[in-house]
Write a protein that binds this ligand. Structure first.
Ligand code: ATP
Length: 328
């Protein structure tokens, strides 16, 4: 058991629904165990600017249903420098903070690991908070489930109008490096094709499968294009396909930032609560440079190094194959 007395919590990088339930769990678990808790506003920027406040159980009342993050988030360039890290360290020491819970994605964890290696007297614990679901050591990241449900809701509506007008829709969804949202939402809504950053789709094959759909009397088709697809965005792909597909009216919709917002799903509320709780218990038990994640249905601590092996993260091949079969 470590003897830490004071911890801090921050959210960093892209906001994700589920961050608030996680902040709530961190604050209340820490206070239950007689630790002081400080909230840091705007991620690593708040560490450098000394933008912190003492939190109580009431600071996190009625936030389970809120999207975004009550602590705000930011992308902070100065924290990437040695000088910025030194300012952050001195601010933490001045406040008597001995451990840090960071809720964010791979960039946030990279920063936390560098910082903790430089200043090992500050323990760090990560919680995966990113809609991209692209970290190792956890089956799910906070926000992924809510974002996928948001995309599904939009796709269902687009299907109604696509079907009414015999239209071919190209829908762009978030995912610069990860096709996780595109794949899950596509399966859930019966997309005719899904273009993913992880897998190059030949345009002539896409055209052939859309023509097969026309031939099979499909009254509408939906193609999901993840942001990071190699051919460009949904407009670029639509342009390449348009000339060859004569019977459909071609439309493009970019879902954009609405995918980040909204009240967290039940899954993300529970996940945020479980991981925030586990992160604090980990720190109390003397752990550092770890991430609290979900494997199977168990909460596990994984080293930040392992969590960051994102090049080893792979989309499920079987799900990708299934899409072709289920959309005939
Ligand atoms: P998302 O997956 O939603 O984009 P993220 O945590 O990956 O979230 P980033 O913007 O990549 O988001 O990183 C968040 C912050 O982490 C950066 O703004 C920066 O302050 C810090 N950070 C990222 N990489 C490093 C690094 N190599 N060294 C120090 N700090 C870093």
């Amino acid at each position: 058991m470590s003897k830490i007395k004071k911890i801090a919590v921050l959210t960093s990088g892209g906001d994700a629904p589920g961050m608030n339930p996680c902040i709530r769990a961190v604050v209340r678990t820490a206070i239950y165990h007689k630790l002081d808790v400080v909230g840091i506003r705007q991620g690593y920027q708040g560490l450098i600017d000394n933008n912190m406040y003492d939190m109580s159980p009431r600071s996190v009342s009625n936030i389970l249903d809120l999207g975004g993050t009550i602590l705000k988030t930011a992308r902070c360039l100065p924290f990437r420098t040695d000088e910025g890290m030194e300012i952050a360290y001195n601010n933490l020491k001045a406040q008597g903070i001995e451990a840090l819970v960071v809720i964010g994605g791979d960039g946030t964890f990279t920063g936390a690991l560098r910082f903790s290696k430089k200043y090992p007297d500050i323990a760090v614990m990560g919680v995966p908070g990113t809609i991209d679901n692209d970290l190792c050591g956890t089956d799910y990241t906070l926000g992924f489930d809510t974002a996928t449900n948001t995309v599904i809701e939009a796709l269902d509506k687009i299907r109604d109008t696509a079907d009414a007008h015999d239209r071919l829709f190209f829908i762009e969804v978030m995912g610069r490096d990860s096709g996780c949202i595109a794949l899950r939402a596509g399966i859930s809504c019966g997309a005719e094709a899904i273009l993913l950053p992880e897998k190059e789709t030949a345009i002539h094959e896409l055209i052939a499968s859309l023509k097969a759909g026309e031939h099979n009397k499909k009254s509408s088709s939906i193609v999901i294009v993840a942001e990071g697809d190699k051919h460009g965005g949904a407009y670029d792909v639509a342009q390449m396909v348009k000339e060859e597909i004569k019977n459909y009216d071609v439309k493009v919709t970019i879902l954009g930032h609405l995918q980040r917002g909204g009240s967290p799903s039940a899954f993300d509320r529970i996940l945020g609560s479980r991981l925030g709780y586990a992160a604090v218990l980990g720190l109390i038990n003397g752990e550092t440079q770890k991430m609290a994640g979900l494997k199977g249905n168990s909460v596990r601590l994984t080293s930040l190094e392992e969590a960051l092996m994102v090049h080893e993260y792979k989309l499920e091949e079987d799900l990708m194959q299934m899409v072709e079969i289920l959309s005939i």
